[in-house]
Design a protein around this ligand. Structure first.
Ligand SMILES: CC(C)(COP(=O)(O)OP(=O)(O)OC[C@H]1O[C@@H](n2cnc3c(N)ncnc32)[C@H](O)[C@@H]1OP(=O)(O)O)[C@@H](O)C(=O)NCCC(=O)NCCS
Length: 96
């Protein structure tokens, strides 16, 4: 994302579209994402998308000479469906 366009909600909007495609069109059960600890804005996007933080993997990846801590987020199909129903103001279906 180009620097002049940070903080305008574009990545959250794009992420919501990806979740919608994955859960609705592909009928996925679970979608996960992760970010390096020193990129907290990425974590904030995942929080705004309604994803749940599932833990930290210490020094899990190596970038150049540096080992980086990774934070994992996940969302289940039923969580996405419930959040989508809440936003639309309808009760979630009994099968969720
Ligand atoms: C992470 C990134 C892609 C997000 O894109 P974006 O379009 O700006 O995201 P959004 O506008 O949808 O949301 C960003 C949120 O992060 C928050 N944020 C920004 N900097 C933050 C920081 N240092 N710590 C915590 N939250 C932060 C914003 O305030 C916003 O949350 P809010 O709506 O509650 O205020 C973009 O900021 C970016 O490229 N950052 C620098 C590089 C980077 O971290 N890249 C990821 C590589 S893994």
């Amino acid at each position: 994302m180009g620097v002049p366009f940070w903080g305008r909600g574009y990545t959250t909007e794009a992420g919501a579209a990806v979740l919608g495609y994955g859960f609705s069109s592909l009928s996925l059960h679970r979608i996960f994402a992760r970010h390096v600890v020193r990129n907290p804005a990425s974590g904030r996007v995942m929080q705004k998308l309604g994803m749940t933080q599932e833990g930290c993997q210490r020094q899990h990846i190596r970038k150049g000479e540096r080992f980086e801590d990774i934070v994992n987020y996940g969302m289940l199909h039923q969580e996405w469906e419930a959040a989508t129903s809440r936003r639309a103001g309808v009760a979630p279906s009994a099968s969720a």
